[in-house]
Design a binder for this molecule. Sequence first.
Ligand code: SAH
Length: 355
Amino acid sequence: MSLLDHLTTRILQDGPISVAAYMTECLLHPTLGYYTTRDPLGPQGDFTTSPEISQMFGEVIGLCLAQSWMDQGQPSRFILGELGPGRGTLMADILHATRRVPGFHQAAKVVLLEVSPELKKKQAETLREYAPEWVGNIAEFPDLPLYLVANEFFDALPIRQFLRDGDSWRERLVGVSAGSLTFGLGPRTEQSGLKHRMDDTTDADLVELCSAATPILTTVAQKIATCGGSALIVDYGDWRSLGDTLQAMQNHKHSDPLENPGQADLTSHVDFEALAGAARAAGCAYTRLTPQGVFLERLGITARAQTLANSLEGSELEGLIAAHRRLTHPEEMGNLFKVLGLYPAQSAPPPGLDS
Ligand code: SAH
């Protein structure tokens, strides 16, 4: 059975489903889901991420986390954590860049949260020498200082979408019409989680809610507030999103999110205000939301690129220059992607970010 058949049967039996339920089926269905059945990254896959573009991304993040660890007095045991580690490339670059930071590796235990069995296998290969551990749930991260990174993780979590209708909201639902999946709208409802959006929206505006992000962010923030550590959350999105940001990517091209369910990556822009709100409620400080390009420049990515350039020529050198531009330039990933840092209120923010 294809995922389309499975979804059609489910919807015809039980009625239209939320966008969040649709995303969950498409991304995480145990045998037909997108993440559960493949490695989606790289030129042969559907999309490329910053760590897959260049080692410089992970190196700079590694030095940022190591400096934050030093700023907090070099705790002698800590968790080096990652949410959604993909192929393990980012963590491998972090560990490579920090191998000469005295005591850092000895104190670190690498702990990963990953849902995809395929990608877990890749991570195990890439990170074999560091003996990583996987947790099935964020709450299983041990109670130790936590230095954590999440790149393009929160954009993969399911969202619900709501259309404003006067003083109420109508949820956008996925139904079936003439044998195809289509979007429709549910009945008018009150949404207590959307009270704050009454001021900045008007009739027919669409807003998104990612309720799956809150418990994850809350747990990370609680650990950092009580045990110490810091987190770097890197993703596309903005302080507050408005409008439909659900997008599908297949073979590096945008596609219709309802076409080929389970075959395309589905993501949405991250609403950083919601993440910051969860951090605040957990008693954890957070930094100003900072464009990725600014963050990487502040941490010295250009100097690193120049060092690497000294030993390259021809197409390799051109590749390095293109990668640097892609990661930092405002018209490429430099502005679309943002960084939010979490840290204990009594400590300095992670380097490259402002309180
Ligand atoms: N951080 C990596 C990969 C980004 S793709 C990089 O930058 O290259 C999104 C990652 O999050 C994948 O590893 C995917 O399998 C994982 N993921 C998606 N939803 C998840 C969930 N609900 N729980 C845990 N991991 C998830």
